[in-house]
Design a protein around this ligand. Structure first.
Ligand code: ACO
Length: 313
């Protein structure tokens, strides 16, 4: 038995903030943000929205797309660094909302790599605990953690959540490999000091950029090698949507056509753990990824952490 992707869903919050809107709050411009990042707008939560409400909508859609009900789930994992509350965890809050019962529930905090970390844990737990269906959610509401007077960070991020249902199936492929890692010595490059004097996210953008361009191609190569495939066999590379320049640099370094790296960051901003499942859901809904395609997912972010996996849809 292998582990396969059975369905996906996603939810962006209702409120939209364009680069022009931001230029009224901080000293920035659409030109600066577009040129350095590719981002044009992002969604942020409104009054009646939070991580759980977005995760519920995304999770419900993923269950429907997998054609199962909440009661079929043996596991719910949420990759997030921005829980609505510390206790109970987000997955436990989702469980009754989705009609699931008694299943294992946990959150995983690995920033923008959170969805891939959560997938790898779900993959392992489904095998060791003989779980038939798992719901893996990735998402963040970073707008709550932003210093809206700091132009070096607030222009980059958006809120959003994506979800995937994994199933145990009598197939030959499904998830083929994972490459997961972290370099805690680089934690200073992106952090928030929630319990200290400064509760907002702070970042050394150039350090993050250097790390990404060095580490991401290596992780991608590792995952491809472990999967026993060739880079040209991969139909789509779905990379964390931090920045268009990062996607261009990775595409160049690995000699992969940029067309194989779809992006939606211009519409979503960097949604942290939400970015990969949001993009995965989008390419499936648009018919850009179909059954039988070979897909690579790669996340990277605070920690600094990274995670890549290869799967046959
Ligand atoms: N608008 C206008 N000017 C700005 C803005 C802004 N929003 N932000 C910074 N500047 C200014 C700076 O103050 C600086 O001005 P100065 O020269 O007068 O001092 C100038 O622009 C250049 O600043 P840099 O930080 O050197 O700009 P850089 O070219 O490095 O671009 C960026 C910044 C886009 C953040 C880049 O470093 C980057 O892409 N880093 C990757 C970080 C990232 O993607 N983080 C997301 C979270 S981590 C993750 O998801 C992987």
């Amino acid at each position: 038995m292998k582990i396969a992707l059975a369905g996906t869903g996603s939810k962006l919050p209702s409120k939209v903030l364009t680069n022009d809107d931001l230029s009224k709050i901080v000293d920035t411009s659409d030109e600066w943000i577009s040129q350095r990042t590719g981002i044009k707008k992002r969604h942020i939560i409104g009054e009646n929205e939070n991580l759980v409400s977005l995760a519920f909508a995304a999770g419900k859609e993923a269950l429907e797309s997998a054609n199962i009900e909440g009661k079929d789930l043996g596991l719910i994992i949420v990759g997030t660094s921005t829980q609505d509350k510390r206790l109970p965890n987000t997955a436990c809050e989702l469980q009754p909302l989705l009609g699931a019962k008694d299943c294992a529930c946990m959150d995983v905090s690995s920033a923008c790599s959170g969805f891939i970390y959560a997938l790898s844990i779900a993959y392992s737990m489904m095998n060791t605990l003989d779980i038939g269906y798992a719901l893996v959610v990735g998402g963040d509401v970073l707008s709550r953690e932003m210093d809206w007077t700091d132009r070096t960070t607030c222009v980059l991020f958006g809120d959003g959540v994506g979800a995937a249902v994994l199933k145990k199936a009598d197939i030959e492929e499904g998830f083929l490999s994972f490459d997961i890692g972290a370099d805690g010595s680089k934690g200073f490059a992106l952090y928030d000091n929630s319990y200290g004097d400064d509760r907002y996210i702070r970042m050394d953008g150039q350090e993050v950029f250097k790390f990404t361009v060095r580490t991401v191609p290596h992780s991608i190569e590792q995952a491809i090698q472990k999967a026993g495939v060739h880079k040209d066999d991969i139909d789509l590379y779905l990379l964390h949507q931090a920045n268009l320049r990062i996607l261009e640099a990775v595409s160049k370094k690995l000699d992969i056509p940029l067309e194989k790296l779809p992006h939606n960051l211009e519409r979503t901003g960097n949604t942290s753990a939400g970015s990969i499942p949001l993009l995965l859901d989008e390419v499936i809904k648009k018919g850009m990824a179909k059954k039988g395609d070979l897909i690579l997912l790669c996340g990277f972010g605070a920690g600094l952490t990274w995670g890549t996996c290869v799967l046959r849809l």
